[in-house]
Design a protein around this ligand. Sequence first.
Ligand SMILES: C[S@@+](CC[C@H](N)C(=O)[O-])C[C@H]1O[C@@H](n2cnc3c(N)ncnc32)[C@H](O)[C@@H]1O
Length: 523
Amino acid sequence: MKSDVKSQQLRTEANRLYVHQKFYDALLKYNESLCAAESESENMGLAFANRSAVYFEMKLYDKCLSNIELAKKNCYPEKNLEILKKRENKCLQLLKQNDDANQCEDFLSSFELSYPGNDELPFIANCLEMEVDSKYGRYIVTKRHLKVGDIVAIDEPTFKVIKADSRYSTCYDSNVFQRCGGCMKENLLGLIPCTSCCRTMYCSIDCMKSSHKRHHKYECEIVDELLTSGIMHIVVRMLLEGLSLFDGDIHEMEKFLTQHTEPMTIFNLNSKSWKSVEGRRKMFLAALSLPSCVSDEKVDLENYENIFMKTKKLKGLWNSNESFIRKILVKLVHVGTHYVHGIGGWSLNQKFNEEEPKNPSFYQQLNGNGLYLFCSLLNHSCAPNIKRLNVDDKVVVIVSRPIEKGEQLFDSYRPNFNNQAKTIRQEALMKDYGFVCDCEACYNDWPLNHNLNVFSEELLEFAWGLHEELPFMTVADAKKMLYKCYDAIAQHHEHFPSAELIVLQECVSNCLILITKPSLQFP
Ligand SMILES: C[S@@+](CC[C@H](N)C(=O)[O-])C[C@H]1O[C@@H](n2cnc3c(N)ncnc32)[C@H](O)[C@@H]1O
């Protein structure tokens, strides 16, 4: 429920954080205060104005000006206008002097495909193809030799949701107050609130309108429950976005799905048609075509039924076609449980602390969950030959060991062979994915970390030294070291699995994560 009293309280808390120069936490609180403000209340204007003060301090003059505009348009009290005007003038002067360099960064520009893209799917290298057999089901092979470090796909989520995750954030729900609920993009916390709920913000009116149409009109009243429901949120989101492709008509949706039963994968799609309803329907079909990994009986829909009963709209939907909704939910729960990947990223005020573990991956937080149709086709090996890297909401697929022409690309669904005993890995893979793993690590009983071979003490020392130094390196140095690691892994590949190569692989992961570290850090 929107509440001016709550909004005022939150703004007071934010002001306190601002005074102590805790600008990141202050912005989160101002955003929370904005979300809580009742419509046409001066609390909106005041929160936008105070947010502009934070941006001013951070020398983000463009953002400062746009927030002053928002304050003026949203009931900022006339009597205080002079203060805003002063800030605006100062801002305009300073903007002339220095370019606003601290805009949101385009990390993807550091990552481009290493080979020409597929004609229909330009984000997948044209050397990759899908094959099918009775052992693996569908899988991805390469039609050319791939080198360590090659980028072979930059996959986009077909469906995605923000996740409220308190693990590494300073403020519970911080994702909600720093990412757009529609496109999920980070925009330095310069968001506008949903007009109805207190837990959704957007980067623009366009994102707000499009989200409302696709899912938020159903989710708005139960957004708190959904945000903390884990996989349930993306399952419900997939159903609602699917439904929006049939203008909310569940019977039309059922008719369409009954007529289109042929399995589909991303390789049946053409990215040029993705914005059209026809294209989106095909994407929805591709999501529904993902095979179930465990039996349908294991899916319990009680929580789903409960959540549908919480709002009039969802209850009406459920009651209008319960048997079909149950059927499709079972399918989507399989998809949500076995195919959805976490979307990770850096916080805007994450700093390395000497006392914390020196592993950059520790500093990424979980921002959301996404369904990636290309990555969904990657089978498992306990010794994978690719690595997935989150860049914004995309997944960049990078070759981590040389792959010969005709060989399969393997991801890893579990801890790798060197980090977990074979029996534990195999049991988990059987339980969760229903197959017996006979990857080269399982087949050859490759050892755990402490029993790995060492072929060069010198290289091992170099690798460990780098591992220690990496968290404190600049992004430019991390980029240089990344290529050094790629070269060393390629050069000594025949020694795999050895301690040196395993440590170097971890250095590669850490270098890659460091490259996506935002240069702007809020205090
Ligand atoms: C994420 S999907 C991978 C794509 C899948 N092969 C398909 O046809 O859509 C996971 C499923 O693929 C199969 N799979 C994955 N890795 C495998 C492996 N190493 N050996 C056998 N089957 C595997 C299992 O059936 C598993 O439940």
